[in-house]
Design a protein around this ligand. Structure first.
Ligand code: HEC
Length: 408
């Protein structure tokens, strides 16, 4: 398949994925909010006692919503289910993984500066880690959580940390973050497919056969429990999915810690937002949680990287003093413009990836700061050092930019 076809497949899968994901997460947040905002009050002229009711105002009308388990009442039709948002998000997510990482090669799975693993082995490891992480969650959920919820939570958290460390130590930074996100999202979709929807099927069947209140409540509680897990996963997953735009997050030596801070911070913010109805002090707690997360990210990102000089022979870092634009351009032509051009030699990652072309001096000068960030500071360009850029060449770019980054 040509790069153009991969690009179109990427676009279609991504478009569907983002739209379905917005709908799924939007539903999760709305229903979670609904459940926590329902008020218990008697409804005049009704025999049943609802679990809660609420009035809403949206798009020019008043909506009345009532939550009930319909004990002893007929099943209303039509009854709207919410499941295809979740399935569509997961299926299009898998399609994206195939197109971008596993087969389409639009982003690298393996990075020799991280580990000498091959593209194929990196893909196998990523898939295995994803399946194991999901399997561990399902396993402890079903077998351990009903008896010892804390043990279950601890076992799964340990599993998450292991997967994060294994991925960040073997895969390219981008791939590692994305695949941990995909693992969490698979757990969420699995919760819908394996627990929530089956519980709801049973609930519907039970209502049809005139089921008793206690039985209905148990089915409802089972679906609700994993639905709340999903709710806690939403913010971390979104952070991991957009992490690709932030090379400083995934590039460093401590990227596994950055990843875990994103997950913990996202879940903690979700928690404060969830308990805000019963906790008067939630506003300062929210501000504190966000500030702590940002401070932790800042602290980890500020840990100095081992100096480049110490990892290579000193003679190769001999670039000192000003460097001319011609020197910098020579490096960029050889190592970057292969991809970053309107007529690239290597178009496997798209034409002028991320909209960046280095065909003219103006284009190079305009991107000087980002060139430094990607090629010198985070060393995330060239991807997986595909064009075999040397440390000396990185030093040339650094010197050129440090001395003004101009065409002279
Ligand atoms: C093998 C192809 C390839 C090569 C070679 C390459 N890049 Fe990239 N570049 C990409 C891709 C793909 C993206 C988009 C994904 C990303 O940002 O990680 C990108 C994005 C960028 C961006 C825009 C995003 C941002 O962070 O601002 C900059 C700047 C960049 N590259 C600089 C460079 C520099 C400098 C070099 C040479 C040292 C280089 N690239 C070599 C493929 C390449």
């Amino acid at each position: 398949m040509t790069p153009r076809i991969w690009e179109l497949l990427d676009l279609v899968a991504r478009w569907v994925h983002v739209v379905a994901g917005i709908m799924w997460v939007g539903n999760s947040l709305l229903f979670n909010w609904l459940d926590r905002s329902l008020q218990k009050r008697a409804v005049s002229g009704m025999t049943r006692e609802p679990l809660g009711t609420i009035w809403l105002l949206h798009s020019g009308g008043f909506y009345y919503v009532e939550k009930t388990l319909l004990a002893g009442e007929p099943l209303p039709t039509p009854l709207h289910w919410f499941k295809w948002q979740a399935y569509t998000t997961w299926l299009s997510g898998v399609a994206l993984l195939v197109v971008v990482y596993w087969a389409g090669g639009r982003a690298v799975m393996a990075d020799p500066s991280v580990h000498g693993i091959s593209q194929l082995h990196a893909t196998a490891l990523a898939i295995a880690g994803l399946v194991l992480g999901w399997g561990l969650y399902e396993g402890v959920q079903r077998l351990v959580a009903p008896r010892a919820p804390r043990v279950a939570a601890a076992a799964w958290t340990a599993g998450l940390i292991l997967v994060a460390i294994a991925f960040t130590n073997h895969l390219s930074g981008r791939a590692a973050f994305l695949h941990v996100g995909a693992m969490l999202a698979t757990i969420m979709a699995g919760n819908v497919f394996l627990t929530i929807v089956p519980s709801q099927r049973a609930l519907v069947a039970s209502v049809r056969s005139g089921g008793a209140g206690a039985e209905l409540a148990a089915l409802s509680a089972r679906a609700k429990r994993v639905s709340i897990h999903n709710n806690y996963f939403t913010f971390p997953v979104i952070a991991l999915m957009v992490s690709n735009h932030f090379p400083a997050l995934y590039a460093g030596r401590w990227s596994w810690l950055v990843l875990l801070i994103l997950v913990a911070g996202g879940a903690a913010v979700r928690h404060v937002l969830n308990v805000r109805w019963t906790w008067p002090g939630w506003r300062p707690a929210l501000a504190g949680t966000i500030a702590t997360t940002i401070a932790a990210l800042w602290a980890v990102l500020s840990i100095p990287a081992p100096p480049v000089e110490s990892t290579i022979a000193p003679s190769r870092m001999s670039v000192a003093g000003p460097v001319t634009f011609a020197d910098a351009r020579h490096v960029i032509d050889r190592r970057c413009a292969v991809c970053h051009s309107m007529s690239p030699v290597d178009s496997s990652l798209g034409v002028a990836p991320a909209g960046v072309a280095f065909d003219t001096p103006e284009e190079i000068v305009a991107r000087a700061a980002r060139i430094r960030e990607r090629a010198v500071v985070t060393r995330t360009m060239p991807p997986a050092n595909r064009t075999h850029m040397t440390d000396e060449e990185r030093a040339v770019l650094a010197r050129w930019i440090d001395y003004g980054g101009r065409v002279r």
